[in-house]
Design a binder for this molecule. Structure first.
Ligand SMILES: Nc1ncnc2c1ncn2[C@@H]1O[C@H](COP(=O)(O)OP(=O)(O)OP(=O)(O)O)[C@@H](O)[C@H]1O
Ligand SMILES: [Mg+2]
Length: 405
């Protein structure tokens, strides 16, 4: 139900408050926003990020990189120490949390221990939707309708999160994962302008996490509410985000669509953080002996003549090769093997993963991971030839670690 402000009932007195919240979409904009704790803990460092109306944005990065702090600033629970934060077209730096129309699922969520699951989910709605109505008898029928609507929303959300059989229980009678879903339900039913979710699936087991992930994506599609979702799990980021913002030490490293972050990582950190198994890195030098090459000592790979690495001849770089860009030369591969892209490696360990193996390869001093089709005949301890997809190798500046492309 997306009834707009004042659209319910025939009384003018409804005009001033929202009965059933309309989806008034709102983007969130960080402009040079910083948060310094104490003297010198830069939790968020000059963040510029423009989250669009109705977008599902994932903030991802390792522990301590400033994800929660960024979310808490949007919610108004943390004051920024610099910059401007806007929700929609309003600068909200000085707007108190309760007036920001935001629902946040906290990393350390807290449920009301004395209330049932049902009441925990319905509580916020009741406060918001029913406050101020009872003093006017003429509005009692509307109050009834609102109650019914709340009931429907609570039950729909509970069903979606598979906790509908738990509505009468108290939090202490629930598992950690079930409690986390109650906290999610409490946010979902409110239909706010912006959802903030801080690792909301971390306590769920793998199966339930995948299921709830899909439910959240579906929910976002149907409600279209701007959602900012924090996780340190790059798989979750890749599968859920319309765009993902990768952070490190309070600094935004790259913000782009998942495919872009994966295929064109801005720097070595992003390249290593996104993708599993992680990208292989090798110290290398750019050479030009008539053919521009990236040389790791044991082998070298040709680069197109116009590759920007030509400005780095004889300079140190890092060569990055994703495990899925390495193929068993004896199989039918999407990339043809030639002298230029084929290397010989010792197969150290083979880890079966069903449709593929993770192969631990040695080429001289270099240890590489490769994702190899399970049709492979390579054996642990043997040596074999491998084909590298030259179209998907990455080169990073040896000093700045910025991608050279
Ligand atoms: N209240 C605080 N006082 C001082 N330092 C803080 C405070 N809150 C966070 N920090 C510091 O700010 C940095 C960012 O913390 P934040 O909680 O935002 O990280 P995070 O990315 O959410 O990490 P995690 O994945 O572990 O939840 C960390 O170095 C942390 O120690
Ligand atoms: Mg956190």
């Amino acid at each position: 139900m997306n009834t707009e402000r004042g659209a319910i009932g025939d009384s003018q007195s409804f005009q001033g408050w929202i009965v059933l919240r309309g989806n008034k979409l709102a983007g969130v904009k960080f402009q040079n926003v910083s948060k310094v704790f104490g003297k010198d803990v830069k939790a968020v460092d000059n963040l510029n990020l423009d989250i669009r109306d109705g977008e599902f944005m994932v903030l991802v990065g390792p522990s301590g990189c400033g994800k929660t702090t960024a979310l808490r600033m949007i919610a108004g629970l943390e004051e920024s120490t610099g910059g401007d934060l806007c929700i929609g077209d309003q600068r909200v730096n000085d707007v108190p949390p309760k007036d920001r129309d935001i629902a946040m699922v906290f990393q350390n969520y807290a449920l009301y221990p004395h209330m049932t699951v049902y009441d925990n989910i319905a509580f916020g709605l009741r406060i918001r939707e029913l406050k101020g109505i009872f003093w006017q008898l003429s509005h009692m029928s509307d109050a009834q309708r609102i109650k019914q609507d709340i009931d429907k929303r609570v039950r729909d959300a509970a069903k979606m999160l598979s906790i509908d059989h738990l509505l009468a229980r108290k939090p202490k009678e629930l598992s950690g994962g079930q409690r986390q879903r109650v906290a999610l339900g409490r946010a979902i039913v409110r239909k706010p302008k912006v959802f903030l979710m801080d690792e909301p699936l971390s306590n769920l087991d793998a199966k339930l996490r995948i299921q709830t992930r899909a439910e959240l994506i579906r929910l976002h599609r149907s409600l279209g509410i701007t959602t900012i979702y924090v996780t340190h799990d790059q798989v979750e980021a890749m599968t859920m985000g319309q765009r993902i913002a990768v952070m490190k030490d309070g600094v935004l490293q790259q913000c782009a669509e998942p495919e872009t972050v994966y295929n064109q990582p801005a720097n070595k950190f992003v390249a290593g953080f996104i993708g599993a198994p992680p990208m292989n890195f090798m110290e290398a030098t750019i050479k030009n002996d008539g053919q521009l090459r990236v040389d790791v000592g044991e082998f070298s790979l040709p680069l197109p003549a116009e590759h920007p690495a030509k400005a780095l001849v004889n300079k140190p770089v890092t060569l990055g090769i994703r495990p899925e860009s390495i193929f068993d030369a004896n199989l039918n591969n999407p990339v043809a093997g030639t002298d230029a892209n084929t290397v010989e490696a010792k197969v150290d360990v083979l880890e079966p993963l069903g449709p593929e193996y993770t192969a631990y390869l040695n080429i001289g001093k270099h240890n590489l991971l490769a994702t190899i089709d399970s049709a492979t005949k390579i054996k642990e301890g043997g040596a074999s030839k491998f084909v590298i997809n030259l179209d998907s190798i990455h080169i990073f500046d040896g000093e700045t670690e910025v991608a050279v492309r």
